[in-house]
Design a protein around this ligand. Structure first.
Ligand SMILES: Cc1cc2nc3c(=O)[nH]c(=O)nc-3n(C[C@H](O)[C@H](O)[C@H](O)COP(=O)(O)OP(=O)(O)OC[C@H]3O[C@@H](n4cnc5c(N)ncnc54)[C@H](O)[C@@H]3O)c2cc1C
Ligand code: SF4
Ligand code: SF4
Length: 404
């Protein structure tokens, strides 16, 4: 059957190495290799294991023989690939690039494309279903404290059927993820609140939910480009496809829905814990008072690509901590576009829960506007908040042009 948009398949790599090293059926590695070999793209952006399983390293591959380096999933690597396209790859302007991308990576690409920071047509997006990732520091602490395992002895990790499982020379150890999360371990807090589990705005959405009775990757075709890639890869003998069993489809739907319900519960819990009104404001002021104004949260944020740190000059040079206005400026510029990728929190040297604050504003604003950042190429009907507020102050109607 010739693939077309909306179709779903079990896909297996024909290459034995991809099948063995791959997280599911090795389809992603096989499709990326085919895209490179056939000249559909000039390079592949992937993630490979660095020093250990906590070290996810981005790599740009131009030699198809090197694709096996990126087989497998690293759940304790919390990279965001989207800003790499705009910061280091000239926004894919003169280079056609294929990449395996989690939901937040894909959403980041859409936000960058809206701002003219990259050429989306030059990017072939192999989306990965994503239940979440664990920060390297939490993973190490969790393994030592909860699993009583030396974190450096872990050779492999995986998340399967709601459990985090590690392999060590002493054997296999596992714990249910919900138990770990109740105790403050497990996935990053933004991942728990994430409601993009199957990134259907990519060209293909690849994962393991719904695979039954065979070793394969579950692939949903999400665009004409994705359908063509799959068809050509199949014809060339890079992958083989079969139709999913009905029970697999049913299970996949149920898992996706239960993950979304779980994320909604986490949102409620996390946002309620922030308090309301003045109490919430006081919390924000207290937490951000640790800030050392390193600008990391600005440099890693996809919606802020192109912003200059001088745009954030609200204090005398060198004043640390900066006044609260430094943070409110960032909140007002990003809140309607935040994709909850978590990078501003993950990389903050002062452990300020930046993503939690920003996400709590974003959810309220995005609900108010009926707009969800990163879903597609649409822009909010109301221009960025600071323009909106300025115009409101001047008694003007908010701008509806969608200009940024
Ligand atoms: C953090 C994470 C969580 C996931 N959670 C789920 C889930 O809950 N349910 C589900 O069905 N599927 C999930 N997946 C997808 C699943 O693990 C497989 O990637 C997918 O089934 C494709 O398998 P494969 O054998 O075809 O991929 P492979 O051929 O093994 O290729 C793997 C690809 O993943 C990329 N990759 C590895 N680690 C990362 C990373 N940290 N960030 C970005 N890219 C990475 C590599 O560059 C490579 O291109 C998750 C993937 C990741 C990275
Ligand atoms: S934010 Fe969402 S898509 Fe990104 S790693 Fe976390 S769960 Fe996955
Ligand atoms: S990353 Fe943290 S310390 Fe650095 S500017 Fe942002 S909030 Fe301040």
């Amino acid at each position: 059957m010739k693939p077309s948009e909306g179709d779903v398949f079990y896909v297996r790599a024909c290459n034995r190495e991809f099948l063995e090293k791959g997280e599911s059926g090795g389809a992603v590695a096989a499709l990326l290799k085919f895209a490179l070999e056939s000249g559909s793209v000039d390079a592949v952006l992937g993630v490979k294991k660095g020093a250990d399983i906590y070290d996810a390293v981005p790599v740009l591959i131009t030699d198809p023989e090197e694709i096996s380096e990126i087989s497998g999933s690293l759940h304790c690597g919390t990279l965001l690939l989207s800003r790499l396209f705009s910061s280091y790859l000239e926004g894919a302007e003169g280079l056609r690039i294929a990449a395996a991308l989690k939901g937040c990576d894909v959403m980041g690409l859409y936000e960058l494309a809206k701002r003219g920071k990259l050429r989306l047509e030059n990017i072939l997006m192999l989306g990965l279903n994503c239940g979440g990732s664990i920060s390297p520091e939490t993973a190490r602490e969790m393994l030592a404290e909860k699993f009583s395992v030396d974190p450096d002895s872990v050779k492999k990790e995986r998340i399967s059927k709601g459990k985090f499982i590690v392999e060590t020379p002493e054997g296999e150890f596992s714990f249910p993820m919900d138990e770990l999360e109740e105790e403050g371990y497990g996935r990053r807090s933004n991942c728990r609140r994430c409601m993009l589990k199957i990134p259907r705005q990519a060209d293909l959405a690849c994962g393991e939910w719904g695979v039954m009775g065979t070793e394969a990757t579950f692939v949903e075709v999400c665009s004409v480009k994705g359908a063509e890639l799959l068809e050509r890869a199949k014809t060339s003998g890079s992958v083989e496809t079969t139709l999913p069993v009905p029970k697999g489809l049913e299970i996949r739907e149920k898992i996706e829905q239960s993950m979304l319900n779980l994320a909604a519960d986490w949102r409620k819990k996390d946002f309620m814990a922030l308090g309301e009104g003045k109490a919430r404001l006081q919390k924000l002021v207290d937490e951000t008072s640790r800030c050392i104004k390193c600008y990391t949260c600005i440099e890693v944020c996809p919606p802020l690509a192109g912003a200059n740190v001088s745009d954030f000059t609200v204090d005398a040079p060198g004043k640390v901590p900066p006044s609260f206005a430094f943070h409110t400026l960032r909140y007002s510029l990003v809140a309607d576009s935040c994709i909850n990728c978590g990078q501003c929190e993950e990389l903050c040297p002062m452990d300020i829960p930046n993503a939690l604050f920003m996400h709590s504003f974003a959810v309220e604003l995005q609900e108010l506007y009926g707009y969800r950042a990163g879903e597609d190429l649409s822009v909010p009907k109301v221009a960025p908040m600071e323009v909106f507020l300025r115009e409101k102050e001047q008694g003007k109607e908010p701008e509806k042009s969608g200009k940024w």
